[in-house]
Design a binder for this molecule. Sequence first.
Ligand SMILES: *Cc1c(COP(=O)(O)O)cnc(C)c1O
Length: 377
Amino acid sequence: MTNTKVPFYKHDLGEAELKQIENVFSGAILTTGSTVQRFEERFASLLKSKSAVGLTSCTGALHLSLLALGISEGDEVITTPMTFIATSTAILEAGATPVFADVEPDTGNIDVKKIEQKITGKTKAIMPVHLYGQMCDMVAMKSLADTHGLKIIEDAAHCIEGSRDGYYPGQLADFACFSFYATKNLTCGEGGALVTNSSTLAEQVKLLRTHGMNKTASDREREGYTHWDMTVLGWKYNMDNIQAAMLLPQLDRLDKKSFLRHELSEYYREKLQKNSHINLPTTLDGVKHALHLFPIFVESELRDLTIEKLQQMEISTMVNYRPVHLNSYFRTKFGFKKGDFPIAEEFGERVLSLPFFPGMTKEQVDIVVNSLERVFK
Ligand SMILES: *Cc1c(COP(=O)(O)O)cnc(C)c1O
């Protein structure tokens, strides 16, 4: 949608990012090098994790997390159907089987009590998603995982700035994975990273992100050419210096932008409370919300009509998400059908995400709110 009155999202990349890109251009290495390393150090410290590894996507981060933990064919990974498909497809890419557990009705996050019911002898890991930026109950999940000897890989694509009960993504898990896709809170167009507190696992992921080769371009830059060896089957998921250059200056703006997100969210909530057709999401106690998206809930019969009418008024919305298991591929491959995960399904029928980004003005929020009033008249 171009020329919309209120866009769904607008990035704020500009001079600071261009300057960093220029620095990369004047250096020798465009691919993974010292700029990526600087980003990794700052990102790990932001998340209070020992290591971060820069990658080309969150999907790649999820995939490599599974591989580094030795999860493959015959293994099951418990995850949520209320997410973007990548959470499940990464499990399939690793050769393992995604097993869904239904979600909590108030947050849309995977329900820890329902995870327990899905554990079998084949279960190797849990892959929760911190939906919209509200963290799952990681304390309860970690305790369950420890009881059953399971690994945890967090899909934290929505949750760079969030925490719960004082824990950040990655602190109660083996890995937390992040996305720098075009509309995410931190973006370089396409990109991703993971954090981990295990330096052994971080090294393993670094090997896996560049074909399993034991020498990289920056090694050649430092030491000159020496023969390399391929020691494991790896993939091609390494972040390059240009992506890292775009990300570095944004780290300085994260706090400020998070503050703006909270201000806008409060303003939206205050105005939308008056609309009896709209339900607003809940933030639980102990949660610092990353507010990646601003979802609202309407009657399921009116949801698609609402999207259509807003579109006519030049207001862009999205649905995050229709549940994964009802996509044709998953229905065909696994025999999933409507009714399998009723809470996720109802959630997915009622939800829509409104325009929401730190540079959004209160006037733009007013336009969206007034348009919604007209929709329900
Ligand atoms: C965006 C997103 C992903 C995929 O991220 P990419 O960087 O595009 O691979 C995965 N999971 C969730 C929940 C997302 O929102």
